[in-house]
Design a protein around this ligand. Structure first.
Ligand SMILES: [Zn+2]
Length: 131
């Protein structure tokens, strides 16, 4: 885990011990503090490899989804890969403002999944019906 994130966690932990905080409150506080500490450290974002989209929505493209942590593109952003950044898919979504249920896959796969689900439903109906 990055140092600035660790520092932020410590600050929030201290806060949480003196007053009741919801998980959302804690998460957004960690994010705010981590960003603050990160900014104090200068332009570290520019040193990282790959062009990272500033807009998480633009990171999801037709044939790929970009990891906003390292800028690499994938068809599916796997739990395993996010693990290399010490993030769970939930944390990743929270960090970059994706909806909680958002699928971390490229657009064409999202469509395929939806179609498959539809097909499955049709299939269920068909098999449920008597010949
Ligand atoms: Zn990555």
């Amino acid at each position: 885990m990055d140092d600035f994130l660790k520092e932020a966690l410590e600050i929030v932990k201290a806060q949480a011990s003196v007053r009741t905080m919801t998980e959302d409150e804690m998460l957004s506080m960690v994010r705010t503090i981590a960003n603050g500490i990160q900014n104090m450290g200068g332009q570290r974002c520019e040193e990282e490899e790959g062009e990272i989209s500033a807009d998480p929505k633009k990171a999801v493209k037709e044939k790929s989804i970009q990891c906003l942590e390292c800028g690499k593109a994938f068809k599916i952003l796997t739990k395993k890969h996010l693990g290399t950044h010490n993030l769970t898919p939930d944390e990743y979504r929270a960090k970059y403002g994706y909806p909680k249920k958002a699928a971390l896959v490229c657009k064409s796969l999202q469509r395929e999944r939806r179609k498959k689900m539809k097909d499955m439903k049709l299939w269920e109906k068909r098999t449920g019906r008597k010949k």
